[in-house]
Design a protein around this ligand. Structure first.
Ligand code: NAD
Ligand code: IPM
Ligand code: MN
Length: 355
């Protein structure tokens, strides 16, 4: 008997274009597996806003137990105009990220060949960054409350929690990554001028850990100036380490300057591998285009390549990325967000064929 490699993948396509880009990306990954001699045993979990409408919750109470045996989780997106937006987020996305201690959210922001950046005159050498986003605490602590709801005296309080352990582990991960990249640069996103508790601690931790990485050129930028720098001087940025909310915002910007929000990929990673990691495009369920079959499948497919890399199929991951790049360079099959008129299916078929 052959000993074909096999991996269990938990698939949560979710809502809106999640239901379109996930099958698209998976078709490319399955083809990569066929060529590479491994199989992805995918199990669909039909959780999301429709599931919520039927059951009153986004996923069952034992969802994490159900997901835990898998080698990785592949997520589309959740969210629907029919439901308050914090419900899917706090009912599915964040419980998985936090419950599986996926404290690193790795988000490459790279202009792929053949794409014209909206920045103008910028090429692939100018936009090649990766965001290491803190993914377990910070502004997404969930702590707070509303008082005197609906009255003129209403107060809403939303508390950001930064722990030394939480900041140290993400900053160290970012320095490690920077030390392994050719340019060895690290930009820390701060706001220690206005946030005199959390971000002052953040800066102190960055400075302290920098001592352990003399080969890395580390700089701190206030988040506002860093956002501007990503637009005006993207070539001066390599690894960016940021808090949960700062990283969220910077990475939509990073995807936009890489051609489209539909290009952004992401891995929610538990580096210790104690729990499964989860891979997803950075975009949401895009209700404005859902059901039209025109969503860009690249963010999800790139996230799929990150999944392959994570489970140990690095060569297949490289092949998927090369296939994406080949299709973009050929300039034919492109979805409308990239200026073309191809459907999700046509673009996906082109990528699979280019493998
Ligand atoms: P969004 O990313 O869904 O859409 C923003 C804009 O980008 C829209 O105009 C959309 O059409 C476009 N876009 C996004 N992905 C695209 C793609 N692949 N191809 C072409 N165009 C694309 O962000 P939003 O509108 O702020 O959020 C919509 C819903 O998604 C909300 O409920 C939000 O909470 C949710 N959301 C979920 C996740 C997740 O599940 N991980 C992530 C982000 C947003
Ligand atoms: C993302 C999304 C999520 C985030 C939402 C859905 C909670 O915007 O993955 O970027 O803010 O992390
Ligand atoms: Mn986001």
């Amino acid at each position: 008997m052959g000993t074909k490699r096999s991996y269990g993948i938990a698939v949560i396509a979710g809502d809106g274009i999640g239901l379109e880009v996930v099958p698209a990306a998976l078709s490319v990954l399955h083809e990569a597996g066929r060529q590479g001699g491994f199989t992805l045993e995918c199990k669909d979990f039909s959780w999301g806003c429709d599931y919520h409408a039927e059951n009153g919750y986004m996923m069952p109470e034992n969802a994490l137990e159900l997901l835990e045996p898998y080698n990785a989780i592949f997520l589309g997106a959740v969210g629907s105009p029919q439901i308050a937006e914090h419900v899917p987020v706090w009912g599915l996305v964040l419980p998985i990220r936090k419950g599986f201690d996926q404290y690193v959210n790795l988000r490459p922001m790279r202009l792929l060949p053949g794409i014209v950046s909206p920045l103008g005159g910028r090429g692939v050498k100018d936009v090649d960054m990766v965001c290491v986003r803190e993914n377990s605490e910070g502004e997404y602590s969930g702590i707070g409350k509303r008082r005197l709801i609906g009255t003129p005296g209403e107060v809403a309080e939303q508390t950001a929690i930064f722990t030394r352990r939480g900041v140290e582990r993400i900053v160290r991960y970012a320095f490690e990554l920077a030390s392994r990249r050719p340019r060895k640069m690290l930009a820390s996103a701060t706001k220690s001028n206005a946030l005199q508790h959390s971000m002052v601690m953040w800066d102190e931790i960055v400075d302290a850990i920098a001592e352990d990485y003399p080969s890395v050129w580390a700089t701190s930028y206030h988040i506002d100036a860093l956002a501007a720098r990503m637009v005006s001087h993207p070539q001066t940025l390599d690894v960016i380490v940021a808090s949960n909310l700062f990283g969220d915002i910077l990475t939509d910007l990073g995807a936009a300057i890489s051609g489209s929000l539909g290009m952004g990929a992401s891995g929610n990673i538990n580096p210790e591998r104690r729990y499964p990691s989860m891979f997803e495009a950075i975009h949401g369920s895009a209700p404005d285009i859902a059901g039209q079959g025109i969503a860009n499948p690249i963010g999800a497919t790139w996230a799929g390549a990150m999944l392959l890399q994570h489970i140990g199929e690095a060569e297949a991951a490289r092949r998927v990325m090369r296939a994406i790049e080949r299709v973009l360079l050929a300039g034919e099959a492109r979805t409308p967000d990239l200026g073309g008129d191809a459907t999700t299916e046509q673009m996906t078929a082109a990528i699979a064929a280019a493998l």
